[in-house]
Design a binder for this molecule. Structure first.
Ligand code: ARG
Length: 581
């Protein structure tokens, strides 16, 4: 934080304009503007991605629905709220032909044998800020099971992504956003008791893709000690060693509770943990494999892999006498079903869901009511005030989510600011301003007549901002539930049209100028400022508040950023409206 403060102090180079020796205006330095611009660009990218995900998710729902309808009557899924997971497609635990026999008993993660591509279609990789941290197991089209300890330091779903399995022919792995993280409520980070977490994906896995769910145990019965089971992951090749670039796999036998307890002492709680491996050592899971699968084959006409363990901890890796420890999945069967089948109104909406929703409409739409149903769950039908309060609560949480996502952007940026700004930002001395009452913002050539100075809104004109073409509707007759989905799709496309139509390569926000009026200090230590920003060849001008000391500046930047985003959005919307007389 101290570093950040120092950095900001450097950034704030005075470019003041004077009258009779007294400064009147101060311009934020180019390096500060650069920081703001980079942040703005990140925010734009995040907004575009989030809109794209929201659309992808609905498209996926539409595809599922159409698929059901084509399958004929009687096979159609029950109508449910949109945010509920689609029921599981097809079978589970099936490995593609040709890879099932490849895993040999001598394969190992520590020391390692590489798994053939697509050998473990349910194995996923959990990434925090783009860096792989843990393994995970796809247990349903929208759910990944992993270890709770993976989220010990960062449980904000906005920071995590899941990389799905690649295909048997090396088809590329898909990266999916995380919608919700549900660590087991009784997970104990000291003892690793109940080390299990469910992760809900933002977009369900495509039934056509290579990723497929594993089977969950049906009852509480587990295979007997000695059963050879499989582990897989990208974890370390040996203790404190490098992580693997490719998926590795190994066969490990299950050990009895007694053997586990004797080997690992009181740290092992047989009620929720099982152990597997070789007392001779050498073959084991290791750091980075956590959250990954321990599966055992169930024979039958079509062999299936069933998930009995989730990689949790160990004493070193592959040490003699120290088998690896796995969370027992079968004992959590009820908790898992309860979480995955929970009605949307019984859980608080996630930040990702709330941020994908545009709450600007006056009347809360059916969508908003559905999204915010959790807060109204105790309201009686007739109580309007209760419903209104619930909506306010929901909006409040959305604002907190907005701040949280912005805070992350800001923090990430501050971390990268040193690099961005180079060794020492130069000071820029100002040009005297002509008059105090009318700060003049230097207009870029050719844009002056297209701009309009506004206090809370703005207007732009330009080339990218064309209304999106309305999505062509497919025939919906005979397919119940398709119409509302298409309406939802159109609503999302409409609400996010402004950001969706900007080509990704043009998503760059530029703060051209922030000019603070030094005579306008507020009680909170902020100054009135005129901000001029551009998005491609679009320009907006608005007024806001800016701090001129490191701490107040740091606090005022996110707000300027949000204002700029709003200005661009409302500029687009204003432009799209029919012109009045
Ligand atoms: N806790 C480790 C992780 O976070 C998994 C360790 C497994 N160790 C073992 N010896 N089996 O990745």
């Amino acid at each position: 934080m101290l570093l950040a403060m120092l950095l900001l102090l450097l950034l704030l180079s005075p470019d003041s304009q004077t009258a009779h020796g007294h400064p009147l205006y101060m311009r934020l330095s180019p390096s500060t503007l650069q920081v703001l611009s980079a942040q703005g660009t990140q925010a734009l990218q995040a907004a575009q991605r989030s809109a794209q995900w929201a659309i992808k998710r609905v498209l996926m729902e539409i595809r599922h629905r159409l698929h059901d309808c084509q399958a004929g009557p009687g096979r159609s899924r029950p109508q449910g709220p949109l945010l509920q997971d689609p029921p599981e497609p097809g079978p589970c635990g099936e490995r593609s032909q040709g890879v099932a026999n490849v895993t040999r008993a001598h394969g190992r993660i520590v020391g390692g044998s590489t798994a053939p591509s697509g050998a473990w279609p349910w194995l996923v990789r959990l990434q925090l800020g783009g860096l792989p941290l843990c393994g995970g197991v796809l247990v349903a089209s929208s759910w990944v099971l992993t270890a709770a300890h993976c989220f010990a330091r960062a449980s904000n779903e906005l920071l995590w992504t899941v990389v799905l399995a690649e295909g048997p022919q090396g088809e590329q792995a898909v990266e999916v956003q995380v919608n919700r993280i549900l660590p087991h409520p009784k997970f104990d980070p000291q003892t690793f008791h109940n080390d299990l977490a469910l992760v809900q994906l933002w977009t369900p896995v495509s039934p056509e893709g290579p990723a497929r769910p594993v089977c969950l145990p049906q009852g509480s019965r587990e295979p007997p000690a000695g059963t050879p089971c499989a582990i897989a992951g990208w974890g370390a090749l040996f203790e404190d060693g490098p992580e693997s670039q490719a998926v590795r796999e190994a066969r490990v036998p299950l050990l009895s509770a007694d053997t586990c307890q004797k080997a690992l002492g009181p740290g092992l709680r047989p009620s929720t943990m099982l152990c597997a491996g070789y007392l001779a050592g050498g073959i084991d899971s290791c750091q980075g494999d956590s959250g990954g699968p321990l599966t055992c084959s169930e024979s039958g006409p079509r062999p299936r892999e069933v998930l009995f363990g989730v990689t949790s901890w160990g004493d070193g890796c592959g040490e003699p006498g120290k088998p690896g420890v796995y969370t027992r999945v079968a004992v959590f069967k009820d908790w898992l079903q309860e979480q995955m089948n929970a009605a949307p109104s019984t859980r608080e909406p996630s930040c990702r869901e709330l941020l994908a929703w545009d709450p600007r409409e006056e009347e809360p739409s059916a969508d908003a009511q559905e999204l915010c149903a959790f807060y109204a769950r105790r309201c009686r039908r007739s109580e309007r005030s209760c419903a209104q309060l619930a909506l306010q609560q929901c909006l409040q949480r959305r604002r907190r989510c907005e701040l949280r996502s912005l805070a992350h952007t800001l923090l990430g940026l501050l971390r990268g600011a040193q690099e961005l700004l180079g060794p020492r930002p130069g000071l820029q001395r100002g040009v005297p301003a002509p008059a105090r009452s009318a700060p003049s913002l230097r207009e870029p050539p050719g844009h002056k007549d297209r701009e309009q100075r506004l206090y809370s809104g703005s207007r732009v004109a330009g080339t990218w901002f064309q209304k999106p073409k309305p999505e062509r509707r497919k025939e919906t007759k005979g397919c119940p539930g398709l119409e509302p989905l298409q309406q939802k799709l159109a609503a999302i496309q409409g609400a996010h049209a402004w950001i969706l139509q900007i080509p990704t390569e043009h998503l760059a926000m530029n703060f051209h100028e922030v000019l603070a009026d030094l005579g306008s200090k507020t009680l909170t230590g902020l100054f009135k400022a005129w901000v001029r920003a551009g998005l491609g060849d679009q320009h907006v001008v608005f007024s806001g508040l800016v701090g001129l000391e490191p701490s107040t500046l740091a606090h005022s930047l996110p707000r300027l950023l949000v204002q700029a985003l709003k200005a661009f959005r409302s500029a687009f919307l204003t432009e799209g409206e029919p012109q009045g007389p």
